[in-house]
Design a protein around this ligand. Structure first.
Ligand code: ACO
Length: 449
């Protein structure tokens, strides 16, 4: 098999967001397949193998999809070598400093920053949809108080399709998608706060129209009929920053799950519920919980970070330093950099000293000097320092992945919307290379050994 690159502009290019720069010729036993080269607005290159199987009988093999583009997307761009991340073209550093989670959600879903009127209408819709159906509260009783909140969150989000069936259509209108989007963004924080209250045996605290998104969530989480919650600006800002930084990350495991499930025309609630399950895993969003558990274990064991770095090296991947490494970032994760600074600032302002933050910094320092981590380009990722902030705010450990899910909601919605509105979308259905038994006849039970 030969690959041959043919330079040149393709005249058939009509797309405004990509252009074609020549083609790759694949020569399989003298049969030539021409694959157009697609180039994105930032210069990313791919060759299109859509006709490969039909014309040659071959498929490509790419476990973990490390070389596979599943779609064209205009939502988020990241460069893993240079270590930057942009939502709709805007660097996350600027959004973290100047924007709010609601504004960033609008940006991701609708493709532009809202004007004042659009922002006001969007925020108002959050108030309108902040409560959950009263009957849904019964669902919380069905879970043991020890249940992991990601289990109830995914179930509740999927259950919303049962409580709001009028919005479940195979071809929803733009207005119906807008309504589900705002419902999900607003109600998810109520569901999460209620699940926390249930787990500690306290009464649910309802959302308030006079509070904005983050203070409203914190109030539902931490106030009680006997004890009001004092809203601290620094805490609100730190949480805004975390939510903004988690809002999207292009075709990661959970977002790809949302798109794959949605490609069968499953409704938005069901698709996002599947994304929540994908996020839960410790190699993805569950890592923020796993990082703190790991740091606590190391602390209990005397705080010797080098011992754990050696363990990660000796066991070559079977023991991993949680919060380290990333499929795309081979330089620093820009989110981790902002979160580390945010953790420092928050703890300083509140006058809190968390020994786990010191331990995390020592771990980072030691790992970044170690040959194993250097050669594999393993840097702290978004989950390494975020848990320190959640701890400081008072969020319980098993709710850390839930906080990630609240943050990722606008990204999931934006991708589902982009996918469903794209007329070229097809149902996601990869192939395989079968390695099982050849044709085998059925053996009656009395003749089996
Ligand atoms: N600790 C120790 N070694 C590691 C780590 C780690 N955290 N991460 C990767 N490695 C090693 C692997 O053993 C492998 O070594 P080898 O080349 O000798 O076999 C090499 O680095 C490459 O690792 P892969 O598993 O091939 O990298 P991949 O891109 O598939 O995985 C992942 C990325 C899942 C994030 C991985 O780095 C990991 O498990 N990290 C820890 C969990 C974590 O923090 N997840 C959160 C990621 S961010 C997010 O999803 C929001």
């Amino acid at each position: 098999m030969l690959f041959h690159f043919v330079q040149g502009q393709d005249d058939n290019n009509n797309s405004q967001d990509t252009f074609m720069a020549g083609k790759v010729q694949i020569n399989i036993d003298g049969k030539i397949l021409e694959c157009p080269i697609i180039v994105g607005t930032e210069g990313d290159k791919a060759f299109d193998i859509a006709k490969l199987r039909a014309q040659t009988g071959f498929i490509t093999m790419d476990p973990g999809f490390g070389n596979t583009g599943s779609c064209k997307s205009a939502i988020t761009y990241l460069d893993g070598e240079k270590g930057f991340l942009r939502y709709r073209g805007i660097p996350i550093e600027q959004l973290a400093e100047k924007s709010t989670f609601i504004e960033t959600s609008y940006l991701l879903i609708y493709g532009k920053l809202p004007n004042q009127k659009e922002l006001d209408a969007f925020s108002e819709a959050f108030n309108e949809h902040s409560t959950i159906h009263e009957d849904m509260k019964n669902l919380f009783d069905a879970y043991p108080s020890s249940a992991h909140p990601m289990a109830s969150l995914s179930a509740m989000v999927c259950s919303m399709s049962a409580y709001y069936p009028e919005l479940i259509k195979e071809n929803p209108t733009k207005e119906e998608i807008d309504r589900i989007a705002v419902q999900l963004l607003s109600k998810v924080r109520t569901i999460c706060a209620f699940s926390h209250k249930k787990s500690i045996g306290e009464a649910f605290v309802y959302p308030r129209h006079d509070l904005r998104y983050v203070p409203n969530f914190l109030n539902m989480m931490f106030s009680s009929p006997t004890k009001p919650y004092k809203i601290v600006d620094e805490v609100v800002r730190a949480m805004q920053v975390l939510l903004i930084l988690h809002a999207d990350h292009e075709q990661n495991c959970s977002t790809s799950t949302v798109r794959l499930v949605g490609s069968s025309h499953a409704n938005l609630y069901a698709s996002i519920s599947a994304g929540i399950c994908a996020l839960w895993g410790p190699l993805h969003g569950g890592a923020n919980q796993a990082v703190i558990e790991m740091l606590e274990d190391i602390q209990k064991d005397g705080g010797d970070v080098k011992k754990y770095i050696a363990k990660a090296k000796d066991e070559n991947g079977r023991y991993r330093l949680m919060g380290f490494g990333h499929r795309v970032y081979k330089n620093f994760d820009p989110r981790a950099k902002i979160i580390k600074q945010c953790a420092d600032e928050l703890l300083n302002k509140l006058g809190i000293h968390d020994p786990l933050l010191d331990l995390a910094k020592r771990m980072e320092e030691a790992a970044l000097k170690d040959e194993y981590f250097i050669t594999r380009k393993l840097y702290p990722n978004v989950d390494f320092y975020s848990g320190i902030i959640y701890r400081t705010i008072g969020i319980p450990l098993n709710m850390f992945p839930v906080m990630f899910a609240i943050g990722r909601m606008p990204g999931w919605i934006a991708h589902w919307k982009e996918m469903i509105e794209d007329p070229t979308t097809k149902i996601g259905r990869p192939f395989q290379i079968y390695i099982g038994a050849p044709k085998t006849d059925y053996v009656p039970i009395e003749k089996r050994t």
